[in-house]
Design a protein around this ligand. Structure first.
Ligand code: PEP
Length: 250
């Protein structure tokens, strides 16, 4: 069965509530008739209620950029999955490279968050990817396999259906450098083979693997037309309604 593509916007730490509302006022009419792909938006936590409200009645899903793995507790500054769910959030990013790089998120933490998201029926997008030194040292496959194995520890094939993976080469995030469609497809094939080893071929074949890293309107179609690329995680180019629309409708 064909995998429906998912085009996701990571707004990082940008926009005020008024700016988020203005984005939706412009973006919703542009994609109102678009049913080919799923669309999801990941705003910063303070914007979640505004964005969930703005997306009501549309097919756009809204998720968190980060969640804590505990149900609740003394974790100052964190957001629980229950809190996200209570306000209508349905998705979460897990292990974005900026979380790994600046907030010391490890494969073990990613694994705990993945278990928590699945337990609460929140769609997890698990982000993986190599840094430049690892690619240049020929270690891309090794790094991706380690990240997949670490993230998926203890996950059963029965529970894995909602999981989405985002392959984001770290050297391509926010740099304007993009993996070529062939490089991305090759990495996706490595990731899918590793998922097949852990969870079996049927689960691996059904799992969506998105590409992220400087996806822009002018390279979206070459990337998204690769059979192995099941969507995109878009940072910078998702902040403006017209450029995100151009990517969604590649
Ligand atoms: C991202 O934030 O996941 C990302 C891919 O950013 P950008 O598109 O700006 O490279």
């Amino acid at each position: 069965m064909a995998r429906k593509k998912l085009i996701a916007a990571n707004w990082k730490m940008y926009k005020t509530p008024d700016e988020a509302k203005a984005f939706f006022a412009e973006f919703l009419p542009l994609v109102a008739a678009h049913t080919r792909d799923e669309i999801a938006i990941f705003p910063s936590p303070v914007l979640l209620p505004t964005v969930i409200d703005a997306a009501k009645g549309s097919k756009i899903s809204v998720g968190a950029q980060n969640i804590h793995f505990a149900d609740e507790g003394a974790y100052t500054g964190e957001t629980s999955i229950g809190q996200l769910k209570a306000i209508g959030g349905t998705h979460t990013l897990i292990g974005h490279s900026e979380r790994r790089q600046y907030f010391a998120e490890t494969d073990e933490i990613v694994n705990k968050k993945l278990h928590a998201a699945l337990k609460h029926c929140i769609v997890p997008i698990v982000c993986i990817g190599e840094v430049l030194e690892e690619r240049e040292a020929g270690k891309t496959a090794e790094v991706l396999k380690k990240q997949v194995t670490g993230a998926f520890a203890g996950i059963t094939p029965e529970a894995a259906a909602p999981i989405v993976i985002a392959y984001e080469p770290v050297w391509a995030i926010g740099t304007g450098k993009t993996a070529t469609p062939e490089m991305a497809a090759e990495a996706h094939a490595i990731v899918r083979a590793e998922v097949a080893k852990i969870l079996g071929a049927p689960v691996a074949n059904a799992m969506r693997i998105l590409y992220g890293g400087s996806v822009k309107p002018d390279n979206a179609s070459a990337l998204l037309n690769q059979a192995e690329i099941d969507g995109a995680l878009v940072g910078g180019a998702s902040l403006k309604a017209d450029s995100f629309k151009a990517i969604v409708t590649y």
